[in-house]
Design a protein around this ligand. Structure first.
Ligand SMILES: [Zn+2]
Length: 435
C-alpha cells in the first residue's frame, strides 16, 4: 500500500481551442453540451495551465512529459519515446531519429516537398521502401532504418554521433528538404550532420528508382537515451497510462509507468474512452496513479471544422459518465489537455497554439470555486489561477494527501516536494551488529 488518494488524470488531447467567428466568438468547448465535464468543474477547482511557459505551442509528447513533472532539459527526444512505443530497441551509444517518407521534386538547388502526408503507401510498400534504404555506411558512421507503420520509421545512427543536430523535415509542403545542421560547436554534431546529409541524399537516389509515391526519407526529433528518475521512485506511486498512441505508450514506458495500448479499442468500440475508463477501473487496485489519454479532439481539430469538434467533445463527455458513476472519496480526478489545437482557419491556422489550457481538479476536499463549466473562459475565473506544468504533479499530489512538508528528505530524489513514504519505500538504517 501507499499513502494517500488515487489520482486519475484524463488528458483530452487538444480539446482547448480559440474563439471562432462561425461560433460567434465562442470556442467548441463553450458551445458543446458537456454535462459531465461541467459537473466535475462545478464540484472541483479550476484554472488555466501553461505546460511550459506562456505562449509556447506544445507538441503532445513534450506537454505530457512536462505534466508528468520531468525537466525539459533532461528530455531524451521524441524519437526515443516513439521508438520505445513501437518496441524498437536501441543502445545508449546510438542516436536515433524519427523518419517519414515524402515525395519531393528537384527545384534549382533544392528538393521541394510535394507530399509528406497521406502518401497512399500500403504497409508492404512502406516496408519494402524501408528495406531498400535500411543500411548505409560512411567512413565513421553506420545507419540503420527500422519500419514502424504507414510511412514512418526509426533511424539509428552509430559512430561518434551527436543528437545535437537539426531536422531535415520542414514539416510543411512547398518547402525544401532542409540540410541537417549541427546545433552546437562540437565535432561530433558537425560530423553527424554531414554524414546524415550524405545518407539522406543517397535515399533519394535509391527510392526514386523504386516508387512513384515517395522518393525521399525525412528525419526529425533526434534523441538518445537519457536516464531519468523512474516515476515510481520520483513520486512513490505505481503508475498506469492508457493511450491509443504509440508515442504516449513509449513516453509512459520510458518514465516507468505501465503503458497499455488502447488502439484496438479505438478501432472496434463506438465508445473508446468509456472502454478505456472501464479497463482502468478494472485494474485500479494495482495502481495509485492512472492516466487516460484520448486523442480524438486533436485529430478532429486538424480538420479545421469547429462544428465537427463540438460533436466529438459531446461524445467524449457522454463517455465520461462511467467515471462519474464511480467517483470515490479516496480519488482525485483531473481533466485537462496538453495544448490548444485551433480549429480556426485563415491567419489563425496554427497547428497547435500557445494559450493556456483549462484544468479541472475534482476531489472530496478540493475547494469548489464558482466555475459552472469546463471551458477555456470559465477556467480563467477558477480559484486555481494560472499554473505551470512543472507544478502540476505537486498540485495533484497535494490534493491526494501524498506530500510531506517542504524540506522533508526521506529519499535521495530531487523533487520540489517529497512524498510520504511507506516502510518499504525507505532505506532503513541497520542496527549496530552488536560485536
Ligand atoms: Zn496533443
Amino acid at each position: 500500500m501507499t499513502w494517500g488518494k488515487k489520482i486519475f488524470l484524463i488528458t483530452l488531447d487538444g480539446i482547448a481551442d480559440r474563439p471562432s467567428k462561425i461560433l460567434e466568438g465562442r470556442t467548441p468547448l463553450e458551445v458543446a453540451k458537456t454535462p459531465n465535464l461541467d459537473r466535475l468543474a462545478r464540484q472541483g477547482i479550476n484554472g488555466l495551465m501553461h505546460p511550459l511557459s506562456p505562449g509556447v505551442p506544445m507538441p503532445t509528447d513534450v506537454a505530457h512529459y512536462l505534466l508528468f513533472g520531468y525537466a525539459p532539459d533532461e528530455r531524451p527526444g521524441r524519437s526515443v519515446f516513439e521508438a520505445t512505443g513501437y518496441g524498437v530497441t536501441f543502445s545508449p551509444a546510438e542516436v536515433i531519429c524519427s523518419t517519414s517518407f515524402a515525395l519531393v521534386a528537384p527545384e534549382g538547388n533544392a528538393l521541394k516537398i510535394v507530399h509528406r502526408r497521406e502518401l497512399g503507401l500500403t504497409p508492404d510498400e512502406g516496408r519494402r521502401c524501408v528495406e531498400a534504404v535500411s543500411r548505409y555506411r560512411t567512413q565513421e558512421f553506420e545507419f540503420e532504418l527500422v519500419y514502424t507503420k504507414k510511412h514512418f520509421g526509426i533511424l539509428k545512427i552509430r559512430g561518434p554521433a551527436s543528437d545535437q543536430i537539426t531536422d531535415s523535415d520542414p514539416f510543411y509542403s512547398k518547402l525544401p528538404v532542409v540540410a541537417v545542421q549541427p546545433l552546437d560547436n562540437s565535432v561530433e554534431a558537425a560530423k553527424t550532420a554531414a554524414a546524415l546529409n550524405e545518407y539522406l541524399r543517397w535515399t533519394y537516389t535509391v527510392l526514386s528508382k523504386l516508387s512513384d509515391k515517395i522518393n525521399m526519407l525525412l528525419t526529425k526529433w533526434p534523441g538518445r537515451h537519457r536516464p531519468l528518475t523512474p516515476f515510481t521512485e520520483k513520486y512513490g506511486m505505481r503508475g498506469l497510462s492508457l493511450s491509443p498512441k504509440e508515442l504516449l505508450n513509449g513516453l509512459a514506458t520510458y518514465l516507468g509507468l505501465e503503458a497499455v495500448y488502447t488502439g484496438s479499442l479505438y478501432e472496434t468500440s463506438q465508445h473508446p474512452l468509456e472502454a478505456s475508463l472501464s479497463l482502468a477501473l478494472e485494474r485500479l487496485d494495482a495502481y495509485d496513479f492512472v492516466h487516460i489519454h484520448d486523442p480524438r479532439p486533436d485529430v478532429i481539430s486538424h480538420k479545421k471544422d469547429p462544428t465537427a469538434k463540438i460533436t466529438i467533445i459531446e461524445q467524449l463527455d457522454a463517455e465520461l459518465e462511467i467515471l462519474l458513476h464511480n467517483l470515490r472519496d479516496d480519488w482525485v480526478v483531473c481533466v485537462t489537455t496538453d495544448h490548444v489545437t485551433p480549429t480556426t482557419v485563415g491567419v489563425g491556422k496554427a497547428m497547435h497554439a500557445g494559450e493556456p489550457v483549462p484544468i479541472t481538479i475534482w476531489g472530496t476536499h478540493v475547494l469548489q470555486d464558482s466555475c459552472e463549466r469546463f471551458s477555456e473562459r470559465a477556467a480563467a475565473h477558477g480559484a486555481l489561477g494560472l499554473v505551470l506544468g512543472k507544478d502540476f504533479m505537486t498540485i495533484l499530489m497535494n490534493y491526494a494527501d501524498r506530500l510531506g512538508n517542504y524540506g522533508f528528505r526521506p529519499r535521495p530524489v530531487r523533487n520540489v516536494a517529497s512524498y510520504r513514504p511507506t516502510f518499504e519505500q525507505i532505506t532503513p538504517l541497520p542496527p549496530p551488529s552488536g560485536d
